[in-house]
Write a protein that binds this ligand. Structure first.
Ligand SMILES: NC(=O)c1ccc[n+]([C@@H]2O[C@H](COP(=O)([O-])OP(=O)(O)OC[C@H]3O[C@@H](n4cnc5c(N)ncnc54)[C@H](OP(=O)(O)O)[C@@H]3O)[C@@H](O)[C@H]2O)c1
Length: 260
């Protein structure tokens, strides 16, 4: 996820002087090193993280959630006073981070389409963050897509919609592809039809000044074939299915926060 945000930032045209990134392995560090990115590896330079945060105004923490507390403890004395600490780690709370560092902190939840700069990032600010700080962090995530600012207690809910959402969309794509196979199309035809339809419908929605309901109505002639198909899909009550899916995901996030 850190790599996705890095590539979005580089491609965005934003001024990108002074980017320093770290990984533990030199192989990963080498892959992102360029004339615009100083890239350090912990295995060849034990002070890599310290060097990276030295003088940084914004520190993006993109390690696995379980590693965040140790990393913050290790670096707390190296963060500048005005450094903003921004975590993308799922489930690591603002309170946890504020206990570990004296800085302003942010918790974020980007999603994987950030890799192609079509992401959605949920962003929650800690109490020490100013409006100006929030604007800076927001600008970072806007290089890889849209940003939704939410209170932290809505982060798990946001995560079940936009964080997990790409998985729901891929799941629907898989199911519709199976239906195409059942109709006798070969694998490549089925994939082409379904994937291009999802991409095309999404692009159409993005470029339209009307919403999905109206766009659906335009495909659905009265007494026509789409109307019959939609009646079948509506009978499956997908709203109730998604409500249950979201509730299950939120329950799991709460279990994970409790260490289960
Ligand atoms: N993937 C997603 O869709 C997604 C979405 C939202 C949020 N997130 C969050 O993003 C975080 C990372 O997830 P990921 O899937 O991107 O994991 P990942 O692919 O394992 O990336 C973690 C990166 O951190 C580096 N790293 C680990 N320990 C380090 C240390 N002490 N110092 C410097 N670099 C270190 C790793 O480098 P080495 O491999 O060289 O050790 C690796 O490149 C997680 O907290 C996750 O909750 C992920």
């Amino acid at each position: 996820m850190g790599g996705a945000i890095l590539s979005g930032l580089l491609e965005s045209g934003a001024t990108t002087d002074g980017i320093v990134v770290t990984n533990r392995t030199e192989a990963k560090a080498a892959a992102v090193r360029s004339d615009r990115v100083t890239s350090l590896a912990g295995e060849t330079d034990p002070d890599a993280n310290r060097t990276a945060v030295h003088g940084a105004r914004l520190v993006l923490v993109a390690v696995k959630p379980a590693m965040v507390p140790d990393l913050l403890r290790e670096l707390r004395d190296d963060f500048g006073r005005d450094a903003l600490i921004v975590s993308v780690a799922a489930g690591v709370t603002i309170a946890t981070m504020e206990e570990l560092v004296p800085n302003a902190v942010f918790r974020s939840m980007p999603n994987t389409p950030s890799i192609v700069r079509r992401g959605v990032t949920g962003l929650a600010a800690g109490e020490r963050a100013s409006e100006q700080d929030a604007a800076l962090v927001r600008a970072l995530f806007e290089t890889v897509g849209a940003v939704v600012e939410v209170p932290e207690d809505q982060m798990n809910a946001l995560s079940t919609i936009s964080g997990s959402g790409p998985a729901y969309v891929f799941f629907l794509i898989e199911r519709l592809t199976e239906a195409a196979l059942h109709l006798g199309f070969d694998e490549s035809q089925a994939r082409l039809m379904v994937e291009q339809t999802f991409l095309g419908a999404s692009e159409l929605l993005a470029s339209s000044d009307v919403g999905p309901q109206e766009l659906r109505r335009r495909v659905t002639s009265p007494k026509g074939t789409t109307e019959r198909a939609i009646a079948e899909i509506a009978a499956a009550d997908l709203t109730a299915v998604f409500d249950r899916a979201a509730a299950s995901a939120i329950a799991r996030a709460e279990e994970m926060a409790a260490g289960r």
